[in-house]
Design a protein. Structure first.
Length: 310
């Protein structure tokens, strides 16, 4: 679906034809984060009770913030074992089921995760066992920098041949990084929207990529809400250009500073992602587009269809 946020006009097309909606001089910005096997199933040492943690935000070389289940079992000082390759200790219990865990291991942490971890698929995808294909299908073709516990799913639509055609048309491609965690997907439950807080996520914009974006002759087109948050965080008065942590929560009304167009999937009700696209395109436009999507049986969520908002 292509939505003109100025007129509200909707065009139905196929993603492979997105080339016709791009112009020479535009800059397409992609999030090159790579999903890691962030879901760890283990046991409490001494009790042998089963637990599961989803690591999503690295705090130092061996300490990660994780979403724990069941969290009540993981008090400060609790020792954990994940097969024979990895151990950990809860060093701080935080709100919302989050725990700071300091890991103990020998060797390369990411290689150990490949052995003991599981692909952190969205919870609505039910499997008895993990499929080998999951680690590939839940990853963009341009993923390079490991660190996410969720994929920037708007980018799943791209193929290498399509990106090559886009570049040949004169559209420049820039890469940024934002390591996605579960916070972006947690629903807004507070009646007062300003009380909802996102969990800080790490972002990075390298200088050569920032230069491409700054010198755009046409539009800056963000692929995904994670790219929007990265670019807007870097431009935000409280942001840190280059790299840093951001918990920027974008909702109406918000004045965008960098992004001119957006590629995104169709999002869940009451999600921060839906609020972001509503701020970008206007709530009435988004409600109209979503009604049209339902009528035409578009697919929603992570592996669903795409919308280009211009």
């Amino acid at each position: 679906m292509v939505l003109d946020r100025g007129t509200g006009q909707i065009i139905h097309s196929h993603f492979k034809d997105i080339l016709g909606f791009l112009s020479p001089g535009d800059v397409l910005v992609l999030n090159e984060t790579k999903v890691i096997p962030a879901r760890l199933r283990g046991r409490i040492i001494g009790e042998e009770k089963e637990v599961e943690v989803l690591i999503h935000s690295r705090r130092d070389d061996k300490t990660w913030l994780a979403l724990a289940r069941p969290a009540r079992r993981l008090k400060k000082g609790t020792r954990l074992r994940f097969l024979d390759k990895l151990k950990g200790e809860v060093v701080e219990a935080k709100e919302g089921g989050h725990r700071l865990i300091r890991f103990e291991y020998e060797g390369d942490f990411l290689k150990i995760l490949d052995e003991v971890g599981h692909t952190p698929l969205p919870p609505y995808i039910k499997r008895q066992e993990e499929l080998i294909e999951d680690s590939l299908s839940y990853q963009t073709i341009y993923a390079r920098t490991p660190g996410s516990s969720a994929a920037p799913t708007a980018g799943l639509h791209f193929t290498k041949p399509l990106l090559s055609l886009i570049a040949k048309k004169g559209v420049k491609i820039a890469m940024v990084t934002l390591h996605l965690g579960p916070g972006s997907f947690q629903p807004v439950l507070s009646e007062d929207i300003e009380k909802h807080k996102l969990i800080p996520e790490y972002y990075q914009i390298k200088e050569d990529q920032a230069k491409i974006i700054r010198e755009a002759k046409g539009r800056v087109i963000a692929c995904g809400t994670s790219v929007v948050r990265t670019l807007e965080a870097a431009a935000h008065p409280t942001g840190h250009p280059g790299s840093g942590l951001t918990n920027l929560f974008i909702y109406p009304p918000y004045k965008f500073k960098t992004v001119d167009a957006l590629i995104t999937n169709f999002h869940l009700p009451k999600s921060t992602l839906l609020m972001l696209v509503s701020a970008f395109a206007g709530l009435d436009n988004i409600l109209s587009a979503y009604r049209e999507a339902i009528i035409r049986e578009y697919r929603f969520y992570s592996f669903g269809d795409a919308m280009l908002i211009v």
